[in-house]
Design a protein around this ligand. Structure first.
Ligand SMILES: [Fe+2]
Ligand SMILES: [Fe+2]
Length: 355
């Protein structure tokens, strides 16, 4: 089992290469040697990237107005000597369409992100994640691993999850695309709640977290990327959106208090939830193989996030998502085991980049 996957391998290398540049707004051109280092470190053949110098920030970090995503920063730099102009150039909102950026957003603050391009010169179009956050899923992970419940808390966690499956099966039947999308709205909550509570604990106690805050937040982000992917193939109906709001309201608070009372129980429960997710995605694959669900081309966001080949299909996406769930299963059962041994999470180095 690989403890460090693509994403984790890329990140340090990239940060080493770009770190100093990132702190000097404007000059973000990655030199060829660093680019080569990145490519060899990541093993990326299909996707490459380089920072490009953006005229809007190059040497004009304090320009009065820049337009995000467009080269329109031709105004004179604003200084304190011209406060009226400063006032007039305050952000005026505009289209916050993120990846589309048709209109751009006026910005006084000089925080324009640097443009990133792929190897083929096309623009990196995702604002929600960057190339160094992408990875190749470890499909060799054992999908059959299961934590046998032995203690009362284990059984409670196990049967809580099992009992949640019954209404889920009833509601979704065999609509696995829709089911996956809806379950991901729940799956992305525990990592965020756990990470937030550990964050607060670190502040309260003046102590390190052992990397667990980052590991849990990474899990939440990874789950949210699952949702962003399945949104592309299954559009939620109004009553499903309403259901998500209701479920989130209940589940967030229940998990929050559950984690406060017993993190050992909370992590165990998530471990079992992930085991169920693996089962759901296995059923999803069966339906795809039977032809009951059309094996449509993979969404573009999935191809870039998991570094899939350009001709990847929905089946490939389900495979990598299922592998992610197996990693979440291991992390959460491991976290629960640490608590069972009377230790704290910070005593075991967190599996950062393992998702
Ligand atoms: Fe997920
Ligand atoms: Fe998961």
């Amino acid at each position: 089992m690989m403890m460090i996957r693509g994403g984790a391998k890329v990140a340090p290398s990239l940060m080493k290469a770009t770190g100093p540049r990132m702190s000097h707004g404007g000059l973000h051109l990655l030199n060829p040697a660093a680019t080569a280092e990145l490519h060899s470190a990541s093993g990326m053949s299909g996707i490459g990237w380089m920072w490009t110098r953006n005229p809007a920030t190059g040497g004009a970090r304090f320009a009065s107005t820049v337009t995000l995503g467009e080269k329109t920063a031709t105004e004179e730099p604003t200084t304190d000597a011209n406060p009226k102009k400063t006032e007039n150039n305050e952000s005026t909102g505009g289209d916050a369409g993120g990846n589309k950026g048709e209109k751009g957003i006026a910005s006084y603050w000089g925080v324009e992100p640097n443009k990133i391009t792929k190897e083929d010169g096309s623009e990196w179009k995702w604002n929600c994640f960057r190339p160094w956050e992408t990875y190749k899923a470890d499909l060799t992970i054992d999908l059959t691993k299961h934590h046998k419940p032995t203690t009362f808390l284990d059984r409670l966690a196990y049967w809580t999850v099992k009992s949640l499956r019954w209404p889920t099966d009833l509601f979704f039947q065999r609509r696995y695309g829709c089911r996956a999308m809806m379950l991901e709205t729940v799956a992305a909550v525990p990592g965020m709640v756990g990470g937030m509570l550990l964050h607060c604990k670190s502040l309260r106690r003046f102590e390190q977290s052992g990397g667990w805050i980052k590991a849990l937040l990474e899990e939440a982000e990874n789950e949210r990327m699952h949702l962003m992917t399945f949104m592309e193939v299954a559009k939620p109906k109004w009553y499903e959106r309403a259901l998500v709001i209701t479920v989130q309201g209940v589940f967030f608070n229940a998990y929050f208090f559950g984690y406060l009372i017993s993190p050992k129980f909370a992590h165990r429960m998530v471990g079992y939830l992930e085991e169920e997710a693996i089962h759901s995605y296995t059923e999803f694959l069966k339906e795809l193989d039977k032809g009951n669900i059309e094996n449509v081309p993979a969404p573009a966001i999935a191809i870039d996030y998991w570094r899939l080949p350009a001709d990847a299909t929905l089946r490939d996406v389900v495979m990598v998502v299922r592998a992610d769930e197996a990693h979440h299963r291991d992390v959460n059962h491991f976290a629960s085991d640490i608590h069972y041994q009377g230790r704290e999470l910070k005593e075991a180095p967190a599996p950062i980049g393992y998702h």
